[in-house]
Design a protein around this ligand. Structure first.
Ligand code: FRU
Length: 486
């Protein structure tokens, strides 16, 4: 470790100490989600199960609740539920990353844990340079920087060139990276390598000018390409899409394309872009395959430039969190997301009301309330008209059978007005909702649609109520969630 690196790490640790009490005193601090110990967290990085342990790194600015020269913070877990804060993995100490150790991925390489990330450099006038760098660890805790392995931009692309995701396809190492053409269109490029050191540019595989896409946003961030149930899936976060009906209302989007990667040509043949999540706060997700063969996705519960400066937790020196881990599958040409099975270990104090009839009088059911809970609705019968659930006086979910639309509403933390996100949904069979002190994740019909959002109810409000325009039978189950984060 260089002197500079040690110094930056020491300063970040001081920052944690300095604000520890303030951060912990925040009633909006989540109880079973990963958050920064202080400062700003954004993308999940280097997500991997390595030597029997899950490693989750994250983009982190320890010094303020705004973006800046990012570090990589680090959590580990053996069960996806209990997480341990590890020493800082990367601090932006070297010339090739002086403005941030930006997003990237992790692989096992000959028994070592290798991180491949973007070194971000900004000049006096804001001109950017981008270096794809490697850091290696033998113990999974301390990392030795090896510097840039891709230090030039391919011709025709700007320095908006970042977020390498690496995998081994059986013959060689492949890497996808988010990029922008010189005429400012977003796409994904592919590189290949035999030894993880020398990387050869293979070409663009999806995005502007490739296959059926003429243009789709001005930059594609955080690509992730993987094999799932006989198909290839490209998860990516495009920037610059215009709202279209119920779609693309966040500042930036995160979604996927299903298809087939031909890495030789190279090209990714694919279908249409679908958003992964319909809620307000979801971006830059990353996946990994664990040793049980599950493809697990974690996203950032935030969106860049989307009212970040107005988040109420900033006054307590922290902002943002990660989503719960979700297992991916393909059903009817769509990616579905199920909360990982392990989350059931967090359940306690089960309350269940079987086959209750919800009617037009807003009703609370005994024991169904709380701040950090899981709520499961199933066995719907006679669902006609609208069915709605209010959460802690600050958010609501509504299904309208006639319009076939599912709506999530919340009181905006920016304007205090009600705002909504919606999606088309032909029928409602089940809803599994995870509520935490200031977040909600809604999994509809076993993961067919997901809404992820932050909300900031008054901390005392634990009320959950139900209402239906015509008498609707439903089974309501609710568990309190064990506090595992601090
Ligand atoms: C996405 C992103 C990445 C970048 C990182 C910087 O949120 O902009 O493209 O690597 O955040 O923190």
């Amino acid at each position: 470790m260089t002197e500079k690196e040690r110094e930056l790490q020491r300063k970040a640790m001081e920052e944690i100490k300095k604000h520890e009490d303030t951060v912990k005193s925040d009633p909006f601090r989540l109880t079973y989600h990963l958050m920064p110990p202080v400062g700003l967290l954004n993308d999940p990085n280097g997500w991997i199960k390595w030597n029997g342990t899950y490693h989750m790194f994250f983009q982190w600015n320890p010094f303020k609740t705004a973006h800046g020269a990012k570090f990589w913070g680090h959590y580990t877990s053996t069960d996806l539920v209990h997480w341990k804060e590890e020493p800082i993995a990367l601090a932006p100490s070297e010339w090739y990353e002086k403005n941030g150790c930006y997003s990237g991925s992790a692989v096992d390489h000959e028994g070592t844990l290798k991180l491949i990330y973007t070194g971000n450099v900004k000049g006096e006038q804001g001109e950017r340079e981008s270096y794809q760098c490697i850091a290696t660890s033998t113990d999974g805790v301390t990392f030795t920087k090896e510097g840039p392995v891709i230090d030039t931009l391919p011709e025709g692309y700007t320095a908006h060139f970042r977020d390498p995701k690496v995998w081994h396809d059986g013959n060689e190492w492949l890497l996808v990276i988010g990029a922008q053409t010189e005429d400012e269109k977003g796409l994904v490029l592919l590189y290949r390598s035999q030894d993880m050191k020398t990387w050869e540019f293979a070409g663009p595989v999806a995005g502007a000018g490739i296959g059926s896409i003429d243009e789709f946003g001005y930059m594609w961030e955080c690509p992730d390409l993987f094999h799932l149930e006989g198909k290839d899936v490209l998860v990516v976060s495009p920037q610059g899409l215009e709202p279209e009906g119920m779609k693309y209302h966040n500042t930036y989007q995160a979604g996927y394309l299903i298809g087939e990667l031909d890495s030789k040509t190279p090209i990714f043949h694919h279908g249409l872009f679908e958003e992964l999540d319909r809620g307000f706060e979801f971006y830059a997700p990353q996946t990994t395959e664990d040793d049980q063969g599950r493809r697990i996705l974690v996203g950032w519960m935030g969106v860049p430039d989307q009212d970040e400066h107005l988040h109420p937790t900033r006054e307590n020196e922290w902002i943002h969190s990660l989503t719960l881990p979700r297992e991916l599958h393909i059903r009817a040409d769509r990616v579905i997301q199920k909360p990982v099975e392990e989350l059931k270990a967090l359940r306690k104090n089960e309350v269940s009301h079987r086959n209750v009839v919800v009617n037009k009088d807003e009703t609370a059911y005994e024991g169904v309330f709380g701040k950090s809970l899981e709520l499961q609705l199933s066995n719907f019968e006679n669902l006609e008209g609208t069915f709605e659930v209010s959460l802690r006086g600050s958010a609501r979910m509504v299904y309208d059978t006639e319009a076939q639309v599912f709506t999530f509403e919340r009181i905006s933390f920016a304007t205090r007005l009600v705002e909504k996100r919606q999606c088309h949904l032909e029928s409602l069979n089940s809803v599994r909702t995870y509520v935490d002190s200031s977040s909600v994740e809604i999994f509809i019909n076993d993961g067919q649609e997901v809404f992820t959002s932050r909300f900031f109810p008054s901390p005392e409000n634990e009320e959950i109520t139900f209402r239906a325009s015509t008498d609707t039978t439903v089974t309501i189950q609710k568990w309190d969630m064990k506090q595992v984060t601090e």
